[in-house]
Design a binder for this molecule. Structure first.
Ligand code: CP
Length: 331
């Protein structure tokens, strides 16, 4: 059974490789990379929790300097489903407490000959800096206010599958909420623009970065106008841990002005879907009735797609590391 699944995945891959060795920004990914990742992710999604051997003999270190539920569990389970060994190092590790630098910590972990190092940090740029100092392939699992590439990819896959299309041309995606502090926005907007979507953002002026226009989005301060005719309503959390509460009068007033209610969702297209990266703050970002079991909600689908996208990336990157080592040993 697993032999047939692996054979099918190899056929889907068709000997294609990623163009990059580490992933810290969606900017690094070409159109070919995106279609390879989505093709394989669909194959892995079909394989569900099958225990495969595509990554057997390889080690992954999940280095989460900032807490996570979805991303950490998903990277860890994905590696295990590929047959990899994993270990988790967190913000409570002795390195973090004793003042060891990110680079020294990463070089130490790299000495275990890991093939993949997954990095989450409260500061922007940590994954990229680490990638320059280790042999393992480094994947950014969210860095400060900057990017969260695997979240952007799993969101894009969810939308593409909803519309049964290879791109998002002609689709209107309205992103609502705390744009300024959101690394999810940083990756999502980049991948949506690459796929040809029309992106609207709706937020209080105080939660919008000064240069948001540079992404090619249209800014709305009136949420009702922003939602009119949207294909996807994508809500973001007010990120209190990054100081967002200082940029709004109160959470209650934010919810009244920008929270997604059933009435507001009705302003989007009749078949529009609702998405959110999680964790959802119920009745603030999104009305509780819309969150998990609502027919328009794709929030749990996003979580499932996260596993599929991460398995695809890990398989591709582990192979990439093997090939790089082989090329190096031939020099
Ligand atoms: N969406 C997301 O990154 O969630 P976690 O913080 O739980 O990983």
């Amino acid at each position: 059974m697993t032999d047939a699944i692996e054979q099918n995945l190899r056929l889907l891959r068709a000997e294609r490789d990623l163009s990059c060795f580490d992933i810290y920004s969606i900017d690094q990914l070409t159109a070919g990379d995106l279609s390879l990742i989505f093709d394989l992710a669909r194959g892995f999604r079909e394989a569900k929790t099958a225990k495969l051997s595509l990554g057997k003999g390889n080690t992954q270190i999940n280095c989460f300097f900032e807490p996570s539920t979805r991303t950490q569990a998903s990277f860890d389970l994905s590696a295990k489903h590929l047959g990899m060994d994993t270990t988790n190092v967190g913000g409570g590790s002795s390195s973090a407490k004793k003042g060891e630098s990110f680079i020294d910590t990463a070089e130490t972990l790299d000495a275990y000959n890991a093939k993949t190092i997954i990095v989450r940090s409260a500061e922007a740029g940590v994954a990229e800096v680490i990638a320059r100092h280790v042999n393992a392939s480094v994947l950014n699992a969210g860095d400060g206010w900057h990017e969260h590439p695997t979240q952007g990819l799993l969101d894009a896959l969810t939308m593409l599958d909803q519309f049964e299309s290879d791109d998002l041309k002609g689709r209107i995606i309205t992103i609502v909420g705390d744009i300024m502090h959101s690394r999810v926005f940083g990756s999502l907007v980049r991948v949506l623009v690459k796929l040809g979507a029309t992106v609207r953002v709706a937020a209080p002026a105080t939660l919008l970065p000064d240069e948001v226009d540079k992404f090619g989005v249209t800014v709305f301060h009136n949420i009702e106008v922003a939602l009119d005719g949207a294909d996807v309503v994508y809500a973001l959390r007010v990120q209190e841990e990054r100081g967002a509460k200082g940029f709004i009068p109160t959470l209650r007033e934010y919810a009244k002005t920008f929270g997604i209610s059933e009435r507001r969702l009705e302003l989007a297209k009749p078949d529009a879907i609702l998405m959110h990266p999680g964790p959802v703050i119920r009745d603030i970002d999104v009305h509780s009735a819309l969150v998990s079991r609502h027919p328009r909600s794709r929030i749990l689908q996003q979580v499932e797609n996260g596993m599929a996208v991460r398995k695809a990336l890990l398989w591709l990157l582990v192979d990439r590391v093997d090939k790089a080592l082989k090329e190096f040993s031939r020099m």
